[in-house]
Design a protein around this ligand. Structure first.
Ligand code: S3P
Ligand code: PEP
Length: 456
């Protein structure tokens, strides 16, 4: 199947990070002393990509202020553009690139191919939009994307009356044969592999003729805060969404209001910087921390104290301070046993923290992160153990027993959060070389520069 590879004419999300790589990879800088750093971060991936979809389906022009500009948001933009949405860039208000006006298509049109890259939000949020377009839309992506589960999206759309051609593997590539309308109605699906199956259908549901009555049938439902984020974004645009009981959502058919939205900084991208304060010592402040948010990254304010961090919030600045060092000069980081099912995207960075604790940690409820950009449970165990660590894979989690680490190669598996996890380890372990720091372009193209600035 022919697909058009990702190419954004004006913007190379990997360019900036690539410049910091040598032929071997990126030599993770070692922290030479305690940190005293202030970090500002660009917009949230999850908020940006939800608002792009909703703005494309809205009843007028919407403006996104301070959206994220990264590979995942560019792929979303290109996908929606291919279906007829128009975009106008305007001078930015957020310090990390332009603002964006979104002009919905009078009529969405398929007859196109959409590259999902490795973006879960693109592969799960755009097919329901393509179902509302007239004509066939083929979805494909990176090699790693073809391993990510798509069965629940495909079956869910079929149950709503949408015609889809696939090869039966429940994965990319597949073709949605849009007819310009989706009947909608009541369906069941198993979203235990990803909350994004639910979010994707909810986002487009107001445009289905009968709306949507969706029940999750699986035993577990990961990443609930991300579903709450979807519901909040819909409600902010006047959509009637209810949750009669856990795992059951109803969306009434109706207009999606055009609004202007300010995108919050990405609090999950804050994780490596805040974890750095514990690993290197000292303190790190992240600016623009929202007072109220649906972002799961806000849980860092309660998660990091479980490892001994001291967290304070002063206006819109969140500061994380390292614990008091132990009498023998240790970092004073405690091990912790945590169910991280809500916060799967924070796991890689938190695992790096656990590797420097005084005692073991066990993280459970995260079997689904085997389906993220890579099998993150296997990748974290392999990379830390390759440097002398003692990490055991569990069915739905990881056990980390701290062990002295040594330098060596760190594979990112094209996974932005594996790359930043290697950077965290390298703060305290000389000679860690990350093979693909440019993978951070997925959500944070400025990562190497911000990391250097934090250490300066
Ligand atoms: O809807 C979203 O924006 C996301 C949902 C979560 O996916 P899973 O439910 O697959 O973990 C999260 O891990 C991902 O980074 C972003
Ligand atoms: C799982 C993640 O991404 P995606 O949106 O591609 O699922 C992530 O960012 O950690």
């Amino acid at each position: 199947m022919q697909i058009s590879r990702y190419s954004a004419p004006e913007f190379d999300p990997y360019g900036e990070a690539r410049q910091t790589e040598t032929d071997d990879g990126w030599r993770a800088p070692v922290a030479v002393g305690p940190l005293a750093s202030v970090v500002a971060l660009p917009g949230s991936k999850s908020l940006t990509n939800r608002e792009l979809v909703l703005a494309a389906l809205a009843d007028g022009h919407s403006t996104l202020q301070a959206p994220l500009w990264s590979r995942d948001s560019e792929l979303m933009l290109e996908g929606l553009r291919a279906l007829g949405t128009r975009f106008e860039r305007m001078p930015g208000t957020g310090g990390f690139g332009d603002d964006l006006r979104v002009i919905p298509a009078d009529e969405l049109v398929g007859s196109t191919t959409i590259d999902c890259g490795l973006a879960g939000t693109v592969m799960r949020f755009v097919p329901p939009v393509a179902a509302l377009a007239l004509g066939p839309t083929t979805f494909d992506g990176d090699e790693g994307a073809r391993r990510r589960p798509m069965g629940a999206s495909i079956q869910g759309l079929r149950a709503l009356g949408v015609d889809i051609d696939d090869d039966g593997r429940g994965a990319l590539p597949f073709t949605v044969h849009g007819t310009g309308r989706v009947e909608g109605g009541a369906i069941e699906l198993d979203a235990s592999a990803s909350s994004q199956f639910v979010s994707g259908l909810l986002l487009a549901a107001p445009r289905f003729e009968r709306g949507l009555d969706l029940r999750h049938t699986g035993e577990r439902l990961p990443s609930l805060p991300h579903i709450e984020m979807t519901i909040a974004a819909l409600r902010a645009r006047g959509v009637d969404v209810t949750t009669p009981e856990p795992g059951h959502w109803q969306v009434a058919p109706g207009a999606i209001r055009a609004i202007d939205v300010a995108i919050e900084p990405d609090l999950s991208s804050a994780a490596p910087f805040l974890v750095a304060a514990l690993v290197a010592g000292g303190h790190v402040t992240v600016t623009g921390w929202p007072e109220q948010t649906t972002q799961v990254g806000a849980q860092l304010a309660v998660l990091l104290p479980r490892f001994g961090a001291r967290v304070s919030i002063d206006d819109d600045r969140l500061t994380v301070r390292a614990p008091e060092p132990t009498p023998d000069g240790g970092r004073g980081i405690r091990g912790a046993d945590l169910d991280l099912s809500e916060a799967g995207e924070l796991v890689p960075n938190v695992v790096a923290l656990a590797a420097f604790a005084d005692g073991p940690s066990t993280f459970t409820g995260i079997g689904h992160i085997r389906h993220h950009e890579t099998d993150r449970l296997a990748a974290l165990a392999a990379e830390l153990n390759g440097l002398g660590g003692h990490v055991t894979e569990l069915d739905d989690g990881l056990r980390i027993e701290p062990a002295p680490l040594h330098g060596g190669p760190w594979h990112a598996y094209a996974d932005h959060r594996m790359a930043t996890t290697g950077a965290i380890v390298g703060l305290a372990v000389p000679g860690v070389v990350v093979d693909d720091i440019a993978s951070t372009g997925k959500t944070l193209p400025q990562f190497p520069k911000l990391w250097e600035q934090m250490l300066a």
